[in-house]
Ligand binder design. Structure first.
Ligand SMILES: Cc1ncc(COP(=O)(O)O)c(C=O)c1O
Length: 386
């Protein structure tokens, strides 16, 4: 796949280790020290207050600078979860009476936030089928302040074309907000494609070790300052140890994601040839409906894939029980291979028919490819499918 390299001082693999770090001197620790303090001594009367909930403590500042460099953003803010990032990121843009357009293909928690919580705050949300021609323009209102998309989509791995929607948001002067959790900055950097705000669940690829809950919002400095005000009053700031673990996890993001891209491609091709599998969804497969967009837009097709078992829910029950090495667990994007079923997790609040309508029929398995040897992963899948 052709690399679309941005104009940056250093390559991403280098930024992951060094961006935001000060010049070093003899005696400095190579690893950023963990400063597990909530508060800091101040000069009486000064306003340089450092307090963990303000997001301005040493471990938070270090990892925020690093993530901003990865996304090519002026600033980044680390929050205590991906949901905290989405909530504070959008509340910094929207006021009562405003209207938000959002893709209908969203992580279940985000769907709930937009359709159940925001209306109670006087923020109207319209969900849009983003693959319909002129979908966004047709649903615009005078009060529309932002467009929110998730790409690639959890759990169907659909890839949204950024071109049309970013031209529209630029024309109208409204914000384009992208949840880029599935891609990570290794595979996709939305700001290079016309987005104004990037959101991540850092719980997933950015940390990558299944041991930190976190979220990130990236954008301009004045906007991030607004998000910080939301973070402070809604109490969405992470603990210093979470920031420290996130910084540690980030160091290997490039090697992890590239390996996961490679393994996912091999596994997807293998799954596509199995009679037990009705359909495999992976943007790297030519059969995927958004393959052309993915080739054009992404630097890698990702470590997430999903597949539909021909035997439906009962086949999924059997498959899940038989897995030996790959584990059945929520979340994604880490070093261990994990499977889950949206019918019991992210989309449990929808009926079976509602899920089928958005492309998640019963028997649908989401697979987060880990760092195990790809042949061992396939061997486990094979014995569970047989
Ligand atoms: C695409 C996407 N966005 C946001 C979130 C929410 O992240 P968190 O669980 O860190 O709050 C998730 C969680 O699975 C997700 O998959």
């Amino acid at each position: 796949m052709a690399s679309k390299k941005p104009a940056r001082a250093h390559a991403l693999a280098t930024l992951l280790l060094h961006a935001g770090a000060e010049a070093h001197a003899a005696g400095d620790p190579v690893v950023t020290p963990l400063v597990q303090s909530v508060n800091y001594v101040q000069d009486p009367g000064s306003d340089d207050l450092m307090y963990t909930r303000y997001g301005n403590t040493p471990n938070a500042m270090r990892v925020q600078k690093r993530i901003a460099a990865l996304e090519g953003a002026e600033e980044a803010l680390v929050l205590s979860s991906g949901m905290g990032a989405t909530a504070c990121g959008l509340l910094a843009l929207l006021r009562p009476g405003d209207h938000l357009l959002a893709s209908q293909f969203l992580y279940g928690g985000t769907h709930r936030l937009l359709t159940e919580e925001f209306p109670q705050m006087g923020i109207d949300v319209t969900l849009v089928e983003p693959f319909e021609p002129r979908a966004w323009r047709r649903r615009l209102r005078r009060e529309t302040r932002a467009i929110f998309i998730e790409s690639p989509v959890n759990p169907t791995c659909r890839v949204l074309d950024m071109r049309g929607v970013s031209l529209l948001t630029k024309e109208l002067g409204i914000a384009l907000v992208v949840d880029s959790t599935f891609a990570s900055p290794v595979n996709f950097r939305p700001l290079e494609h016309g987005a104004d705000v990037v959101i991540h669940s850092a719980t997933k690829y950015l940390n990558g070790h299944h041991d930190v809950l976190g979220g990130v919002v990236c954008g301009t400095a004045p906007y991030i300052d607004e998000v910080r005000q939301k973070e402070i009053v809604w109490g969405q700031t992470p603990d210093p140890f979470a920031c420290w673990l996130l910084e540690r996890g980030l160091k290997t993001l490039d090697v992890r994601v590239k390996r996961q891209n490679e393994s996912a491609q091999v596994i997807a091709e293998w799954l596509e040839g199995r009679k037990e599998v009705r359909r495999c969804h992976y943007p790297g497969l030519p059969s995927h409906s958004d393959h052309a967009i993915a080739v054009d837009q992404l630097d890698g097709f990702g470590g997430m894939l999903s597949f539909e078992l021909a035997g439906g829910a009962r086949a999924a029950d059997r498959f899940a029980k038989r897995l030996k090495m790959v584990r059945y667990a929520a979340s994604l994007g880490g070093v261990d291979s994990l499977v889950s079923e949206p019918r019991f997790s992210s989309h449990a609040r929808l009926t079976s028919d509602e899920r089928a309508r958005i492309g998640i029929p019963d028997g649908f398995i989401r697979f987060s490819v880990g760092l195990e040897d790809v042949n061992d992963i396939i061997a486990d899948l094979e014995q569970a499918l047989r």
